[in-house]
Design a protein. Structure first.
Length: 121
């Protein structure tokens, strides 16, 4: 059994603690890196080993962006919890929906029959 020798420690790249990577279904990577010495966070989009876009957020803008994300996650969670807690529709509710559609459809056909010229405008 042949085992490849380990790479020397000096050739291993270690990610800094202020960096996070996210990948999507199109093999792109969003990399966020803190640069506290410059007062910013750098957002970059990578495809394979090539950086295709870069955006620098100041610390204040980064705080506003995080607040935006947290607010959206809070809303999404609340909606999900309400959807899960909602009781399943009853047979009577299903019949009401069918009858409401039939009545609306009947009214529309009657209106078209009474005023056929209104449909063209």
């Amino acid at each position: 059994m042949n085992v490849a020798p380990l790479a020397p420690v000096s050739s291993i790249y270690e990610l800094p603690t202020g960096r996070v990577l996210f990948s999507d279904s199109e093999d792109r990577v969003l990399r966020a890196t803190w640069h506290l010495e410059q007062g910013l966070v750098n957002l970059s989009v990578w495809h394979d080993d090539r950086c295709t876009e870069t955006f620098r957020l100041s610390l204040g803008d980064a705080a506003q962006f995080v607040a935006f994300l947290v607010g959206g996650l809070s809303d999404a969670t609340t909606r999900l919890l309400h959807a899960v807690a909602a009781p399943p529709p009853t047979a009577a509710a299903d019949r009401r929906v069918v009858w409401t559609r039939r009545i609306s459809s009947g009214r529309a056909r009657l209106a078209d029959w009474i005023n056929p010229g209104d449909a063209d405008s």
